[in-house]
Design a protein around this ligand. Structure first.
Ligand SMILES: C[S@@+](CC[C@H](N)C(=O)[O-])C[C@H]1O[C@@H](n2cnc3c(N)ncnc32)[C@H](O)[C@@H]1O
Length: 264
């Protein structure tokens, strides 16, 4: 790892990527991240289970997209820190020629992602804000790896709640889906709650701790329009541990939804 002063890493301000890394049992997190995790746990005990379940969902959906849908190219927005069973590893077990573009705006993800992928010509990591669709989709690595005349799996897994309403997260999803070929897929998970008090408390906590660098806890109905114009795959919009489940569910006390869609 490069010295921290050469990276845009401020260990005193927590980031979503590092808090998530902490929940998954990783080591790329600082005290500020662990303090925020403790505050989230106080508000919502069982959040570690939620993070683990989210990661398991990402594994299941990648496996499904590669093996059942025959997808060989993936664009993974807000990919986070590499851990076990990353998207390219799962996809390439099914299709050795699978290509993956990873994107995140957190420098620490870039350092580890670029190192992990250094010897893999069929994957690349782009350090960019996912709101900059043109930068990501027109990037030389994207042009090299992704054939936009063929179906692509577009992933926004557990990231859109980081985008505030003023930056139009729904429009962002549609901008990307408008650029991919017929037969492409969209998969996403989003933190949701029906409880207005909970939505306000978690949003305030995350906005305060990240110095405004977060979005909003939303309702299911607020997320649903991401899939306007897409054919939704069974079992539809459900809590993610119940989407084609395996036997690895962790206890969690609140819900995320996932909603894989299909562009016809
Ligand atoms: C909870 S993690 C999810 C990681 C991974 N997608 C998964 O499901 O395992 C959220 C990730 O989104 C990234 N992120 C948040 N806002 C972003 C933005 N505007 N552009 C790119 N990445 C962003 C964070 O840095 C973090 O790595």
């Amino acid at each position: 790892m490069q010295p921290e002063e050469n990276l845009q890493i401020d260990p005193t301000v927590p980031t979503v990527a590092r808090v998530y890394d902490y929940y998954l049992g990783g080591t790329d997190n600082y005290e500020a991240d662990r303090i925020l995790a403790a505050q989230i746990d106080e508000l919502l005990p069982g959040t570690r289970g939620l993070a683990l379940n989210n990661r398991r969902f990402l594994e299941r959906i990648t496996q499904f997209l590669a093996s059942d849908c025959g997808i060989r190219q993936f664009i993974d927005h807000g990919s986070g820190l590499p851990t076990q069973n990353n998207v390219h590893q799962i996809a390439q077990r099914v299709h050795p020629d699978a290509r993956v573009i990873y994107n995140d705006n957190d420098s620490i993800c870039a350092v580890h992602g670029q190192r992990l992928l250094a010897d893999d010509d069929s994957t690349a990591f782009i350090l960019a804000d996912m709101r900059d669709t043109d930068i990501i989709l027109n990037h030389p690595d994207t042009k090299r790896l992704i054939d936009f005349s063929e179906p692509v799996a577009v992933l926004f897994n557990s990231v859109l709640h980081c985008i505030p309403d003023r930056d139009d997260p729904i429009g962002l999803v549609h901008r990307v889906m408008d650029r991919v070929a017929p037969g492409s897929y969209l998969a996403l998970a989003h933190l949701v709650s029906d409880d207005p008090d909970m939505r306000r408390k978690l949003t305030d906590l995350m906005l305060g701790a990240t110095q405004g660098n977060w979005g909003r806890l939303r309702t299911v109905d607020e997320v649903r329009p991401c899939f306007d114009g897409l054919e939704v795959i069974e079992p539809g919009l459900v809590e993610l541990t119940t989407w084609r489940p395996d036997d690895r569910r962790q206890e969690q006390t609140w819900d995320m939804i996932e909603f894989p869609g299909f562009r016809s």
